[in-house]
Design a protein around this ligand. Structure first.
Ligand code: NI
Length: 171
């Protein structure tokens, strides 16, 4: 199974709200499996379809980094239906290499989405899992983690990234 290319900061697909998935077809399922393999190879804990060049609401998350098959989650049309508390923790993104910043996220969340069988799924999560879901759900809505920083901090990071893009260091 071939690995997909990860889209980097600067590509407009990353700041666009992705399309809802109407039906989990065999092709979507296969694509999700390729997303998982891409995420493991990166390596990363989560991935969203726009990060591999497809503007659809599909995410993969696996805190075990592929060590345990049961831990991999594939979810279409994910959304947060409840959140509680706040935690400030350092975060990064496969599409924004070498930038880590503390981001405020809910401590606990309840999300819903569609699993690969086409069934609705409700998942309660806290800690790192909640953070990973929030990060990937942001991606399908066209939001990056740097968008959640203070305007000052975001401005500085954007300047840094712009310089890197101009120097050809992000592609
Ligand atoms: Ni990301």
């Amino acid at each position: 199974m071939s690995i997909l290319e990860i889209v980097k900061y600067g590509d407009p697909i990353l700041i666009k709200k992705a399309e809802k998935i109407k039906k989990i077809t065999e092709e979507i399922e296969e694509f999700a499996q390729r997303m998982l393999q891409t995420m493991y190879a990166a390596p990363g804990l989560g991935l969203a379809a726009p990060q591999v060049g497809r503007s659809i609401q599909l995410i993969t998350v696996d805190l075990s980094r592929g060590e345990n098959n049961k831990n991999s989650i594939i979810l279409a049309n994910p959304e947060i239906i409840n959140k509680e508390g706040e935690v400030l923790l350092e975060e990064g993104c496969l599409s924004i290499p070498d930038i880590q910043e503390k981001v405020l996220r809910p401590a606990r969340i309840v999300i819903k989405g569609i699993d690969p069988k086409g069934d609705e799924k409700i998942i309660e999560a806290e800690g790192l899992l909640a953070r990973a879901f929030c990060h990937e759900i942001d991606h399908v809505n066209g939001t990056l983690f740097i968008d959640r920083l203070s305007p000052l901090k975001k401005g500085l990071i954007r300047k840094k990234l712009k310089k890197r893009i101009q120097a050809g260091k992000i592609s």
